[in-house]
Ligand binder design. Structure first.
Ligand SMILES: NC(=O)C1=CN([C@@H]2O[C@H](COP(=O)(O)OP(=O)(O)OC[C@H]3O[C@@H](n4cnc5c(N)ncnc54)[C@H](O)[C@@H]3O)[C@@H](O)[C@H]2O)[C@@H](O)CC1
Ligand SMILES: Nc1ncnc2c1ncn2[C@@H]1O[C@H](COP(=O)(O)OP(=O)(O)O)[C@@H](O)[C@H]1O
Ligand SMILES: [K+]
Length: 497
């Protein structure tokens, strides 16, 4: 499957199993062939430009030497900067080295102060990087990151942890590639935290390994196929009651904006009717979106309604009471923002959440996740997949751990990384819109797991659509997301209808 993600340990096992049936060096040669083809594609019309190939001390460097030899065979001016390490190089890397030396590849032992490269190939370190990049290697990475040409990383951008997407530190540095060709299976770290900035566009190359040798994936990359079966064209004979009610619960004094944004997300996400139940008296109606119905939270009837609780809710006693009532209800429930913080501070509320029978989705950003787990944000971000899974296990809820490459974890431990979205979403209120969209999908009877995967995908795709129209990433506003999400949703439905 092309959306499967594997851990480094799994990739090592795949490599071992694959090597068993093959002559030595086969996989490295195949990696070098595939990467050289990709490099030629990236060069396109600029094949007359020189290519710089950085080759490190391990087998990632061996791959790089194969690429250089192949490029030279294709008539490209390939220059290798080979930086050996303390250890002896492997037999495969030694053969790659001899092959490159015997052809027309040029070798240099330091980076020229300037160079008009058509492409840089990063083969310094792959999945074997064991500590932060320092010294000469660090200087090379920094020099590459200052260049303006395309950069093709082999397997993993050097310096990045392929499991977590964190730059290996402390004080480490990682290559920022425009493209990555990754071998023997896609890796989670290329798609979350710093992964997207470091890896650029990712191409997976399985090196001819038989699918039978592949273990079950440790995670999946989110795709529309994961929720496509929930998308259905609307019947003519339908009415507003056919698509569910969403009630957004929140809006303490002076914080009416957040629940209103969530409510707009729910309305454009297709909910039949959307209420805003405010803790404070709040506005009587939304002049931009008069379809929204405003109520006071006190005494608001939850029956038959999907609840989105937390946006702008604050931490008053009234907020806690409202949350306890929502957790005890049998309504589908999305818990966001202040409601997450209240649960993080109260074992009683946590127990109520974990004991729920109805579908529950939690949408923490990293700080909210840290409060839930009693950790620092640094600990959460150091391993976002593990953190999301732990929260899902403790709360028995579906979790969307937000941020670049949001991680969706199910109570049974299944993980999905959302690949859509961009930095335009790093703006106040975009999380409220996500909560509303997810609430709308829950209200339309999507199970929690698919609603979370679908909402994260649609929300990110909405931001991508806005960028494609020049609306962002700089200056994108949360209020622009609901209509874009509606366009994405209708396109998806049209595709499956
Ligand atoms: N063995 C094989 O058959 C295959 C290997 N492949 C490639 O091999 C890579 C893994 O190779 P390796 O296990 O040799 O690992 P790497 O090439 O990623 O790096 C390991 C080397 O770097 C050194 N090292 C680690 N951290 C360092 C640091 N911070 N500073 C300086 N030196 C450091 C280690 O001592 C070792 O010499 C994959 O990422 C992939 O690119 C692919 O060609 C697929 C097939
Ligand atoms: N750099 C980014 N790339 C992709 N998505 C992002 C990025 N930054 C934020 N997001 C997304 O934007 C939303 C922000 O939510 P949140 O942090 O709760 O903000 P707010 O509370 O202001 O609404 C989340 O869906 C998150 O995943
Ligand atoms: K690399």
């Amino acid at each position: 499957m092309d959306n499967h993600l594997y851990t480094v340990a799994q990739v090592r096992a795949i490599e071992e199993a694959a090597c068993a049936g093959l002559p030595p060096g086969t996989l490295m040669r195949r990696a070098g062939d595939a990467a050289a083809r990709f490099a030629l594609e990236l060069l396109g019309e600029r094949r007359d430009k020189p290519v710089l190939v950085l080759a490190g001390p391990g087998n990632n460097g061996g791959d790089a030497l194969e690429v250089a030899a192949n490029l030279a065979d294709s008539g490209v001016d390939a220059t290798v900067l080979f930086q050996p390490g303390q250890r002896e190089i492997s037999d495969e890397a030694q053969s790659a080295h001899e092959r490159a030396r015997s052809g027309t590849v040029g070798f240099i032992d330091m980076l020229p102060p300037s160079g008009d490269w058509g492409l840089v190939v990063d083969g310094l370190f792959g999945i074997g990087l064991a500590r932060p990049i320092e010294g000469d290697y660090r200087e090379m990475v920094e020099a590459v990151n200052a260049m303006r040409c395309p950069v093709l990383a082999l397997d993993v951008p050097s310096g990045l942890d392929a499991d977590t997407g964190a730059v290996i530190g402390p004080g480490g540095v990682a290559v920022r590639a425009t493209h990555t060709i990754t071998f023997l299976g896609d890796k989670s770290g290329l798609h979350t935290l710093d992964g997207r900035d470091s890896a650029g566009h990712v191409r997976v190359e399985m090196l001819g390994v038989s699918p039978e040798l592949l273990p079950p994936p440790s995670a999946r990359l989110g795709t529309a196929e994961l929720f496509a079966h929930r998308l259905a064209a609307r019947r003519h004979n339908s009415h507003k009651g056919s698509f569910g009610d969403v009630a957004v619960l929140g809006g303490a004094h002076g914080m009416a904006g957040a629940p209103v944004l969530a409510a707009r997300g729910a309305l454009y996400g297709g909910a039949g009717r959307v209420f805003v139940a405010m803790l404070d008296s709040g506005p009587g109606y939304d002049s931009v979106q008069p379809e929204l119905m405003f109520r006071t939270a006190d005494g608001f009837d939850f029956t038959g309604r999907t609840l989105v609780i937390g946006p702008g809710m604050g931490d008053s006693a009234g907020a806690m009471r409202l949350l306890a009532r929502a957790l005890d209800s049998d309504s589908p429930l999305l818990v966001d923002a202040d409601a997450i913080n209240l649960i993080g501070a109260s074992p009683d509320l946590l127990a109520r959440l974990a004991g729920r029978g109805a579908p529950s989705v939690l949408t923490p950003h990293p700080l909210e996740a840290a409060r839930l787990l009693g950790q620092s944000t640094g600990v959460i971000q150091a391993d976002r997949l593990a953190a999301a899974r732990e929260i899902a296990l403790r709360t028995r809820a579906t979790v969307i751990l937000k941020g670049s490459g949001s991680v969706i974890a199910q109570p049974d431990g299944a993980l999905v990384i959302n690949p859509t979205g961009n930095a335009g979403l790093a703006t106040a209120g975009s999380g409220d819109v996500l909560a509303g969209i997810c609430g709308a999908l829950l209200a339309q009877a999507w199970p929690a797991g698919e609603a979370a995967i679908g909402a994260a995908w649609i929300h990110g795709a909405a931001a991508d659509l806005l960028v494609a129209h020049g609306i962002g990433p700089i200056g994108m506003t949360a209020g622009e997301l609901p209509a874009a999400a509606r366009a994405v949703l209708n396109l998806l439905v049209a595709e499956v209808s």
